[in-house]
Design a protein around this ligand. Sequence first.
Ligand SMILES: Nc1ncnc2c1ncn2[C@@H]1O[C@H](COP(=O)(O)OP(=O)(O)OP(=O)(O)O)[C@@H](O)[C@H]1O
Ligand SMILES: [Mg+2]
Length: 359
Amino acid sequence: MIRIEALDKTFRSRRRTLHVVDKVDLEIPEGSFFTLVGPSGSGKTTTLRVVAGLERHDSGRISLGGRVVSDPAAGVFVPTSERGVGMVFQSYAIWPHMNVAENTAYPLRYLRPRPDREQARRMVAEALELVGLGALAQVPATALSGGQQQRVALARALVARPKLLLLDEPLSNLDAQLRERMRTEIRDIQRSVGITALYVTHDRGEALSMSTELAVMNNGRIDMVGTPRAVYECPRTLFAAEFLGQCSIIPGRVETVHEPGVVTAAVAFGAIVCRARAGIAVGQAVSLVLRPEDMVLSGAPGGAPGRIETVSYLGDRLECVVSVAGCMLRALAHPGLIEAAGEAVTVAILPRRAWVLPA
Ligand SMILES: Nc1ncnc2c1ncn2[C@@H]1O[C@H](COP(=O)(O)OP(=O)(O)OP(=O)(O)O)[C@@H](O)[C@H]1O
Ligand SMILES: [Mg+2]
């Protein structure tokens, strides 16, 4: 397990002081695929580098597998090479003058006790097999495609059999198709090795599809931690709601509390049965988070009347903005439903899907 307690990190220059990681607490269970997700500049890479020991922090404590590896107050700092971590960066950092096997073998020179030639050969072969590059061991690094370089970086991160795999935006240099394939592959490899992974990305699709748990970072702080479904469907804040996917945020007032976590809220175009954060009370002013997939547009009666304001054609679906009683709702529709903006539709909200937060 990785434990991060009250982690604080400030970058100081003569001109300014930047508080980049602000009292971050995280517990990352053994064997999990844990993702830090957040906008650019929110402190994800810095947190990862501090865990790796590539960066010193001001205060707080980091423990890996029960061993404190960094605690400035106690004067503890274990160097990267002794933390048992493997790392993959966005830039791959592959040596151009080495072949695939030599690149993969690189971390073994820092392993203590140092493996002998035969052991090293076996470890490299195993790591390359794991990432599907067994046949390319002798190929020069310069002859590899982007995806293959990424695999070498992954093999190199795993070759010394670390306890923890750290990945910083490892897929962002790949084309869209390869990126989706590599998501599954990295997950499969992580599971088969049984290693704990700490993954950094600003891509919500990656974060939601790959993680067992994720932490949403905002401005150096952890906004919330949860499973992909929990953070997407029950975001703690409007920031997390908007960061994790498209949504419409509309004002409302609670009319009825049916049971803990289920309320009816009145909005401009009717009353909606919603799920709600704990502690929401009757009469309270609230914000409803409505995801596009939680409303159904149709030409048939039986919903609130609306008008298509904008429509973008995406082939398999339409993304629309619909105005309903003065509210602008982001919605999806079947490509056959609408020809152009200006058309009339009805909007039905699926029950118990909208999410209610205090206004
Ligand atoms: N070595 C450094 N010296 C000064 N400031 C730094 C340094 N490294 C990072 N920063 C600043 O710290 C803040 C957080 O940076 P960090 O790289 O952790 O963000 P991030 O969440 O990884 O962003 P991105 O998604 O763009 O990679 C940024 O404002 C950045 O400019
Ligand atoms: Mg970064």
